[in-house]
Design a protein around this ligand. Structure first.
Ligand code: DAH
Length: 340
């Protein structure tokens, strides 16, 4: 029996040392120490021994069992730490590798120029105000001295929500909101989207952007209008930039003017870009019509004002030499990536 126990220990040592994975080790543990294992089988035969032999044999069997348990648990620990080391090796991250730069977006050219225009006017003491894009006919037309049958409405056909509610065709509607809610002195600009039912081509879009300006105070004259716009154009296009006012007609201003800016290509000499004119038409402006002031509850015998409206797309296209307005709305990354 002694022999058998030694034998079992010997075989078990070899078997344990050659096991390479945890599952095989577990099977081995069951076959060595389990109920049907060899060691158990021998212990069952203890009863047959004489009383003198039994204690020594019992001791030996227990020692062998303890040895096997010890070996199994050491092997178990070794296999566990080997498995962990392998996992750590496989999952290793090289922290010295350069990172992936996240793709940062950038401002749309319309936004770049709008921000610039805002900065220029903020510097002259204006505030920036917002107005609704879905608008009552009253604010878009009627309060601006364009009654229902006025022919000038034809040039600003738009999208109607109801007979009475429409998408605004001009930011001039914001003038009325401001004058209804604020007493003079007023000095505001209002950039935003406007809509007209125009077909899309190189110079037209059913959605475009305007920046409206309005100043109302005592003693405001055409000279203030010209000085303000001249300052705007110099800041946008350089100090040698000149502007020119031409008589025009808008229902909500009197007198009215169209404002031309000196051609950047030829500086007034006349070239292909300005079609020989030397100047390029850029915006509409004028002195706020007394009817408009009175309609908003402002006494036109005390106050006067000037207003202007400029098309943002036109300024952006001049600035960046863009010949087709569609480029501004198509969101082609190859185009947009050029602007900083
Ligand atoms: N609202 C006009 C347009 O869309 C532009 C304009 C002209 C605005 C004269 C003004 C102005 O404030 O005084 O064509």
């Amino acid at each position: 029996m002694k022999e058998q126990l030694r034998n079992i220990e010997e075989k078990a040592r070899d078997a344990i040392s050659s096991v390479t994975d945890l599952r095989a080790l577990d099977d081995l543990r069951v076959s060595l120490l389990g109920k049907k294992g060899e060691l158990t089988a021998i212990l069952k035969q203890m009863g047959k021994l004489s009383a003198e032999e039994r204690p020594a044999m019992g001791q030996l069997a227990n020692r062998v069992r303890a040895t096997l348990e010890q070996l199994l648990s050491e092997k178990n620990a070794a296999l566990h730490s080997a498995a962990q080391a392998a996992r750590l090796g496989a999952e290793r991250v090289d922290i010295t590798m350069p990172g992936k730069r996240p793709a940062a977006g950038r401002l749309h050219p319309l936004q770049i120029v709008e921000n610039e225009v805002k900065e220029i006017f903020l510097g002259m003491g204006f505030s920036v105000v917002d107005g609704p894009e879905v608008e009552y006919d009253y604010y878009n037309f009627e309060a601006l001295n364009l009654p229902p049958d006025h022919p000038a409405r034809d040039t600003q056909d738009t999208f109607y929500i109801t007979d009475n509610i429409l998408l605004r065709t001009q930011t001039s509607s914001v003038q009325v909101h401001v004058m209804e809610n604020q007493k003079p002195p007023i000095r505001v600009i209002s950039p935003g989207r406007v809509y007209r039912s125009d077909a899309v081509d190189a110079t037209h879009s059913p959605l475009f952007h305007q920046v409206e300006g309005l100043v109302v105070d005592k003693g405001i004259t055409m000279a203030d209008l010209k000085g303000t716009l001249e300052m705007l154009m110099r800041r946008l296009y350089g100090d040698d930039c000149k502007i020119r006012l031409r008589p025009h007609h808008f229902p909500f201003t009197e007198p009215s003017a169209e404002v031309d800016v000196m051609c950047f290509a030829c500086h007034g000499a006349g070239c292909r870009m300005c079609k020989g004119e030397g100047y390029i038409e850029l915006l509409g402006a004028g002195m706020v019509h007394p009817k408009v002031l009175e309609g908003c509850g402002i006494d036109s015998s005390i106050y006067s004002g000037f207003a202007f409206g400029l098309g943002l797309e036109r300024i952006v296209m001049r600035r960046y030499n863009i010949s087709d307005m569609r480029l501004l709305f198509e969101n082609d990354m190859r185009f947009l990536e050029q602007f900083r």
